[in-house]
Design a protein around this ligand. Sequence first.
Ligand SMILES: C[S@@+](CC[C@H](N)C(=O)[O-])C[C@H]1O[C@@H](n2cnc3c(N)ncnc32)[C@H](O)[C@@H]1O
Length: 411
Amino acid sequence: MSRARFEELLERMLGLNAASIGTSAIDRAVDERRRACALDDDGYWEFLQRSREEMQELIETVVVPETWFFRDPEAFAAMARIVNELWLRSDPSRLLRILSLPCSTGEEPYTMAMALLDAGVPAHRFRIDAIDVSLRALAKARLGVYGRNSFRSRDLSFRDRHFENAEGGYRLLDTVRAPVHFGHGNIMDPTFMTGAESYDVIFCRNLLIYFDPPTQNRAVAVLGRLLGKGGVLFVGHSETGLMPPNGFASAKIPMAFAFRRAEAQPAPLTRLPSPPLPRAAAGRPPAPVKKAAPVFAPKIVAAPEKPRQHSIDDLRRIADSGDVEAAARGCEAFMRDNGPSADIFLLLGLIRDAGGDAIAAANYYRKALYLDPANPEALGHLALLLRRQGDHAGARLLDERMRRQGGRRNG
Ligand SMILES: C[S@@+](CC[C@H](N)C(=O)[O-])C[C@H]1O[C@@H](n2cnc3c(N)ncnc32)[C@H](O)[C@@H]1O
């Protein structure tokens, strides 16, 4: 019996595009839940239509909760700078409203709180709302106890400042927990956060990669509705290309993947360097906006086409989902078929960097720069890597080169 109907249901409910995580991952999730309910495919399908609880169980089984503290740290540093340098000074009485969507198991919103507290922003000056569709992830987030997997960044000094030892890992201190408020929500729900006050900062990272283009456009429209005037939206590095076609312009903060509404007159980001954001201009043309389907609507469309061969964007998604070895193998296969390119070397560099192999990562970044000397992502990541290794002079040279190349690329 066809599994396409389950894929379609998950796409309507969650926005999840089967091709983004692979149909076999959806198959496995359906099998797991079907067996837990002791039903065959048809019986389980019928049950799913009737039971919201089971729908939630299936969602829990299929979502990818991959996250860690200070993931893409430049975004948090940029947020803290913007908050400190611009907003708090210009309006000292205002409470800053920040949204983390999706927040998964809490590492992202708690990192926001740590970054702001470390930058000297008092806890009573900001509020962080953190939303996810997974109740399981939210329960873990509220518990605030984290194991090794949540601490993947090189610099772990934040752990000494903001955690205490606990059974099974490290417990966040109340100072970090207090400003963060968790809530359950689904960005695909037509009533999602209607009537909510707008936000000064929104982080929506590593969610849009799981959607197909029309769904991505719908989700970005929701983010646009929630973002206040002059607000800043941070997305994941492989999601930047979606923003310009949806009316957002780069905030020009290197490696932070930050955007403002294109029509909004950007406030001057004093003291922030401003080379172009990597890959932000390579947007696709706007896809037609799909009308929101009712939550338990009957099936209406055919199963999506499955990709035959991985593109570089597919491989980035696979790497982002945590399966870095599969992504690395995919990169090698891609190079065999298509030859080397700066983009594929860059991705291999990112994969090796994330795995802690600094030597291999640096080699790949250099290969990317050999083929594309102005590649801002390769320049930025290599500079970060050198800085982490204590080679500040080498990093400064790359920063300088990035500024020069950035100017040239901007014309
Ligand atoms: C890969 S995590 C990203 C977490 C964090 N933003 C980060 O970048 O580290 C993706 C999260 O998206 C959530 N999610 C998936 N579909 C969603 C939806 N339609 N609405 C809200 N959250 C969703 C999942 O439950 C999962 O926790």
